[in-house]
Write a protein that binds this ligand. Structure first.
Ligand SMILES: Nc1nc2c(c(=O)[nH]1)N[C@H]1C(S)=C(S)[C@@H](COP(=O)(O)O)O[C@H]1N2
Ligand SMILES: [Mo]
Length: 430
C-alpha cells in the first residue's frame, strides 16, 4: 500500500510528513489537557501553553553543579536491568542495555550491558601491567603509559554476547526488547592495534594463536587466532572518549570487532603467543554450540548478521492507529549491513527499509520505514543482509542447521506481535 520509499537522504514530501501529525498536536484545548504525560496535572496548573512554566521564571543551578554530567531526573527509568532467575548470583551475571530507549548507534557508556564471571575488579592503573610473551622475539611488560605512547586507533564497533537471545532458542519467553536483544552495545573504542604490539615484540616462525587473559578473579582466557590478532583486534583503554568504565574492563581490555563478546577479554593483563589454541574452560565447556546430533561447534567466533525492531516493541507500544516511523538496529560481525527489509504480516510480504546515518563495518546500523497502522493485528519483522550477501535466517532455517540445544549465536528473524490495543508481545512463527 505504501508510496515509494524515500531514498537515503531524500526528504519525504510535505503532505506525507503531515500524516504523522494527523492525530497529534492539533490546536484545540481538549488536546492540550489530554496531552499530559505520565499522569501530570492539567494545563491550568502546569507549564504547558499558554502558561509560563516555573523554570522560565527562575534561575537554574550554575556551572559545576554537576561536574560529571548525568541524565535529566525525568529519564531515570533508562537503566540497565537484569533477569533475576537467569543467573544464581550477581557476581557471575549479566545486565542488559535498554535498547528501546536509545537512538542512533552509540550506546552511552553507563548503559553498556555488563557480563562478568567474577564481578568487577577495582584495578589501580598504576599497578596494572600488560605482559606479552610466549613465541615472541622480545617479551615485554607494558604500563598504561607505554601503551598510550604508541599509535592510537579509534573504531565504532558493536559488542555482543554470543548468548544474546540465548533464552529464545526453544521458544519465545522474554517479553521485552531489553531482554531479547540487550546483551548488545556499540561504542567508539580507542587503543592500540594488537598487530602493532605483536610487530613490536616480533613473532616466532610457528606463531599461530594468541591467548588473552583477564586480571579478574575469573582469569577469563580466550585463544584468538593470529589472523584476527593481526587484522583488527584492538587493545583498548578508552570508550566513547573517556577511560574505559570499570564494568567494561578498566583500565585495559581486548576488543575483537564482530566476534563473540566473550573473546573481548576485559581487565586484560596477559597476551601469550603460541602455536596452537589453549582450550581453556571458556572455549570448551562454555561458548561452544551444542548441535542436535550431540557434537558441538567450537570457535564459533563471528556474530552473524542480525537485526531487531526497536520501535515499536513491548516497552514502546503504539497509542493509536495512524502513521509511525518503524525503527530498528541491524549489525553483522562480517562487515557492513547492506540492506534491511521489514514485514508487517509475519514474513509474507517484505518492504525495503532505509539505512540511516552511519553505516559502518561491524557496528550497529539504524534502519527505519514509515508505516500506517490500521489498528488491526500485525506481525512485525526485520530481516537484515550484510555486505557478504549473508541473509538473516528464519527460526526454521536456524534450527534445521543448529538444533535447539545451544544457547549461543541465535540470530533468527525476530517477530513482535502487535495487538489491537497497540501492545506488543514476543512471538515466534513456526
Ligand atoms: N576478564 C574478563 N573478560 C570478559 C568477561 C569476564 O567475565 N572477565 N566476560 C566476557 C563476556 S562473556 C562478554 S559477553 C563481554 C562483555 O563485555 P561488557 O561487560 O563490557 O559488555 O566481556 C567478556 N570479557
Ligand atoms: Mo558473553
Amino acid at each position: 500500500m505504501l508510496r515509494k520509499v524515500a531514498a537515503e537522504g531524500e526528504k519525504l514530501p510535505v503532505e506525507e510528513r503531515r500524516k504523522f501529525l494527523k492525530n497529534g498536536l492539533v490546536l484545540a484545548g481538549g488536546v492540550l489537557a489530554g496531552a499530559g504525560i505520565g499522569g501530570r496535572t492539567d494545563a491550568a496548573e502546569n507549564g504547558l501553553p499558554p502558561n509560563v512554566p516555573s523554570w522560565t521564571r527562575s534561575l537554574g543551578p550554575g556551572v559545576l553543579s554537576n561536574p560529571y554530567g548525568k541524565p535529566s531526573r525525568f529519564e531515570s527509568h533508562i537503566v540497565r536491568r537484569n533477569v533475576p532467575w537467569l543467573t544464581a548470583d550477581r557476581i557471575a551475571s549479566v545486565s542488559f542495555t535498554p535498547l528501546a530507549e536509545l537512538d542512533g548507534i552509540i550506546t552511552p557508556s553507563s548503559l553498556v550491558f555488563e557480563r562478568y564471571h567474577a564481578g568487577v575488579p577495582d584495578i589501580d592503573p598504576e599497578q596494572h601491567r600488560l605482559m606479552i610473551h610466549g613465541m615472541v622475539g622480545r617479551p615485554v611488560i607494558l604500563t598504561l603509559d607505554d601503551l598510550r605512547r604508541m599509535p592510537a586507533t579509534s573504531m565504532i564497533r558493536f559488542l555482543e554476547c554470543p548468548a544474546n537471545g540465548g533464552m529464545e532458542w526453544r521458544g519465545a519467553q522474554m517479553d521485552a526488547l531489553q531482554f531479547t536483544h540487550g546483551m548488545l552495545s556499540c561504542c567508539e573504542w580507542t587503543g592500540v592495534l594488537l598487530s602493532t604490539l605483536l610487530q613490536e615484540v616480533g613473532l616466532q616462525k610457528d606463531a599461530a594463536w594468541v591467548l588473552a587473559e583477564g586480571a579478574d578473579g575469573s582469569h577469563m582466557s580466550r585463544s584468538v587466532p593470529l589472523e584476527k590478532a593481526m587484522d583488527d583486534a584492538l587493545v583498548v583503554y578508552a570508550q566513547n572518549g573517556e577511560p574505559l568504565r570499570p564494568e567494561q574492563g578498566y583500565p585495559l581490555r581486548l576488543i575483537n570487532p564482530g566476534w563473540e563478546g566473550n573473546t573481548s577479554v576485559k581487565w586484560l593483563r596477559r597476551l601469550e603467543v603460541g602455536d596452537k589454541a589453549w582450550y581453556h574452560r571458556e572455549e570448551t565447556s562454555k561458548y561452544t554450540d551444542l548441535l542436535a546430533d550431540g557434537r558441538a561447534r567450537k570457535f564459533s567466533f563471528v556474530q552473524e548478521c542480525n537485526s531487531v525492531i526497536t520501535f515499536p516493541c513491548p516497552e514502546k507500544p503504539l497509542r493509536e492507529k495512524g502513521r509511525y516511523e518503524i525503527r530498528g538496529l541491524a549489525w553483522s560481525g562480517k562487515g557492513k549491513i547492506s540492506r534491511v527489509d521489514l514485514s508487517f504480516d509475519g514474513g509474507i510480504n517484505w518492504r525495503p527499509a532505509r539505512l540511516n546515518g552511519l553505516v559502518l563495518s561491524k557496528a550497529l546500523t539504524r534502519f527505519s520505514l514509515e508505516w500506517d497502522w490500521d489498528g488491526g493485528p500485525a506481525l512485525l519483522q526485520s530481516r537484515a543482509v550484510d555486505e557478504t550477501g549473508y541473509v538473516q535466517p528464519t527460526y526454521e532455517q536456524l534450527r534445521s542447521a543448529r538444533g535447539t540445544s545451544s544457547i549461543y549465536h541465535k540470530n533468527a528473524i525476530h517477530t513482535w506481535r502487535l495487538h489491537e490495543d497497540g501492545k506488543l508481545t514476543n512471538v515466534q512463527i513456526a
